[in-house]
Design a protein around this ligand. Structure first.
Ligand SMILES: Cc1cc2nc3c(=O)[nH]c(=O)nc-3n(C[C@H](O)[C@H](O)[C@H](O)COP(=O)(O)O)c2cc1C
Length: 177
């Protein structure tokens, strides 16, 4: 089935997942900036459309672009992937994932989480500043978990893995749905 993967990525983790998924699905893959101005006919040739965006302040970056369009694509198979810095089994991650789609959107789109990481070298100034403030707030907390987290984020880390793409592939191919 003809598949389109659109992504938004600042430091590369989401692009990596978009590539892993596109290779597996033999999909066409585009940065959102490349397809934003395309008209309806561009999307009409695809039976499966996936949007992958990174997590910022518990929201999927540019998700609204996809969700708005998806309302008119109910005849297609649709998925949204959130790539964030927190481990997939962290409670804050599970809480975030519950807010990605409304109940109505849940009936025709499936949301997935893939863990990414932190890469300071590739972050823009605004992101670096936001993370500095976040690290500062973590350091003020008394618990050990917050201290470890602050240290990890400061150093940067990569917890991405191709295996996190498998549930998406299964869903798109109609297995284990
Ligand atoms: C300003 C900012 C806010 C972030 N907020 C979250 C968040 O709420 N939840 C999360 O899991 N990760 C959060 N992250 C981490 C990113 O989602 C993570 O680094 C992701 O892998 C970036 O993907 P990219 O490499 O495709 O840009 C945040 C990062 C930045 C810079």
């Amino acid at each position: 089935m003809k598949t389109l993967v659109v992504y938004t990525s600042q430091t590369g983790f989401t692009k990596r997942y978009a590539k892993w998924l596109s290779d597996e699905m033999k999909a066409d893959m585009y940065d959102l900036k490349e397809v934003q101005k395309k008209d309806k006919s561009f999307y009409s040739e695809y039976e499966i459309i996936v949007y992958a965006g990174w997590a910022m302040a518990s929201k999927v970056v540019k998700a609204n672009w996809f969700l708005k369009k998806a309302a008119g694509w109910k005849d297609k198979k649709l998925a949204i992937i959130c790539v964030g810095g927190c481990p997939g089994d962290a409670p804050e991650c599970e809480a975030m994932m519950k807010t990605v789609l409304t109940e109505e959107q849940n009936s025709y789109i499936k949301a997935f989480y893939c863990q990414g990481g932190f890469n300071y070298d590739k972050m823009n100034t605004a992101s670096k500043l936001a993370m500095k403030m976040f690290i500062g707030s973590l350091k003020k907390k008394p618990d050990e978990k917050s201290q470890t987290m602050a240290e990890m984020i400061t150093k940067g880390y990569d917890i991405s893995d191709v295996k996190y793409i498998q549930p998406v592939v299964d869903y798109l191919r109609g297995e284990n749905v």
